[in-house]
Design a protein around this ligand. Structure first.
Ligand code: NAD
Ligand code: DAU
Length: 351
């Protein structure tokens, strides 16, 4: 079936994997990638598909109401897969307003435009909002986040994503917009901006810089390989039930310190270093304010109803990820310049 699909945030980490998957797997769809190209957006992530006939790119800001209104008045979209967001918790702590604009105002602008230009003809259309497990807050040693877990966001980032989720549900209940939401755990893989734990650690180990571990390194995250998330998004977009929420996770919990030690061992091997060399770079630093202790997802709904399960083991995924960063120094050099350098010195060197 012919469709025109708007992917927001397609030049970012997860968005670029989703855009590539849709362009390659669905030649009958036209994929429009809308991205502001913030420090986190990089069109190089999509250089392999940029000339495909079923792909186009539009630069723009979802927080700009007039621009979004104009975009939807020019073209009708059968589906929106909404990933554009400010996504880094530490940046939300030092500068929350960008998160309010992009994540809340931006989402509402898209919902309004989608509603207005559907004019009640929503059959077969879908607004798919990509969200995070952080909306559920922080777990203790026991338990998992389910779709019924009460929202309890604790950082400006997670509060802005929780707010966006509420807006999406409000537009569904109040205006009848067909929506679906998924809340995913921590992603890792190629093309992730090196401000997030895994690519930051890989880059610092590679360049013999200290690897900063917040607090005692005891916080736990549930890691999922990005291609598995893209596969879940594909499945939910096509087979998810309208109005429903799906949690997506890796069944793969790691304490930060154990993960970093594992990464050090992999890097020693890949860089032909003496075993134990990279681990010497581990440096405990001041904890993140309001640092959520543990996230972990119960996958039983998406697994039982849609048949999705993570397919890439952590060993395999980390191996692929480390190899990708070591083979793509030019990409790293490009994204490490400019904004990131000044952010890095504020975050780690001036405190
Ligand atoms: P990212 O920061 O790598 O990419 C975000 C993209 O959005 C960038 O290309 C950026 O240019 C674009 N963008 C930001 N503000 C914009 C605006 N105002 N207008 C248009 N484009 C804008 O983020 P990511 O890690 O790929 O995350 C993508 C989505 O998935 C986000 O909504 C995030 O909340 C969610 N998510 C991420 C993870 C994760 O572990 N990374 C896990 C669960 C959910
Ligand atoms: O759970 C999903 C979320 O995962 C997404 O919604 C967010 O967009 C994504 O950024 C991620 O959030 P986290 O805060 O969990 O990811 P981050 O990579 O920033 O940190 C992972 C853990 O590592 C966290 O406990 C903080 C810690 N950490 C992070 C950095 C950057 C360190 O110890 N040192 C660091 O330098």
């Amino acid at each position: 079936m012919q469709k025109t699909i708007l992917i927001t945030g397609g030049a970012g980490f997860i968005g670029s994997h989703v855009a590539r998957r849709f362009v390659r797997n669905y030649p009958q769809y036209h994929i429009v990638n809308l991205d502001k190209l913030t420090y986190a957006g990089n069109l190089e992530n999509l250089s392999d598909i940029e000339n495909e006939p079923n792909y186009s790119f539009i630069k723009g800001d979802i927080a700009d109401q007039a621009f979004i209104e104009e975009l939807f008045s020019r073209q009708s979209y059968d589906g929106v897969i909404h990933l554009a967001a400010e996504s880094h918790v530490d940046r939300s702590i030092s500068g929350p307003m960008e998160f309010i604009k992009a994540n809340i105002t931006g989402t509402v602008n898209l919902l309004n435009a989608f509603r207005k230009h559907s004019e009640g003809r929503c059959d077969g259309k879908l607004f798919y909002h990509i969200s995070t497990d952080e909306v559920y807050g922080s777990l203790g040693n026991e338990g998992l986040f389910t779709e019924e877990t009460a929202y309890d966001p604790r950082s400006p980032y997670s509060a802005s994503k929780a707010s966006a989720d509420h807006m999406v549900r409000a537009w569904y209940h109040t205006y009848g917009i067909p929506v679906v939401i998924s809340n995913c755990s921590n992603n890792y893989g190629p093309n992730q901006f090196p401000e997030k734990l895994i690519p930051l650690a890989i880059n610092n180990i590679r360049t013999n810089k200290p690897v900063p571990v917040y607090g005692k390194g005891e916080n736990v995250r549930d890691w999922l390989y990005v291609e598995d998330h893209a596969a879940a998004i594909d499945l939910i977009f096509h087979n998810g039930a309208v109005g429903e929420t799906y949690n997506v996770g890796g069944n793969n919990e790691w304490r930060n310190i154990d993960l970093i030690k594992l990464l050090c061992r992999i890097m020693d091997r890949k860089l032909d270093r003496e075993p134990g060399t990279s681990a010497k770079l581990i440096t405990f630093v001041k904890d993140r304010a309001g640092h959520d202790m543990r996230y972990a997802i119960d996958n039983s709904k998406i697994s039982g109803e849609l048949g999705w399960n993570p397919s890439v083991s952590f060993e395999e995924g980390l191996d692929r990820t480390v190899s990708w960063y070591l083979e793509n120094e030019r990409w790293l050099g490009g994204v490490l310049s400019g904004d990131y350098k000044s952010y890095y010195s504020k975050q780690y060197l001036e405190r």
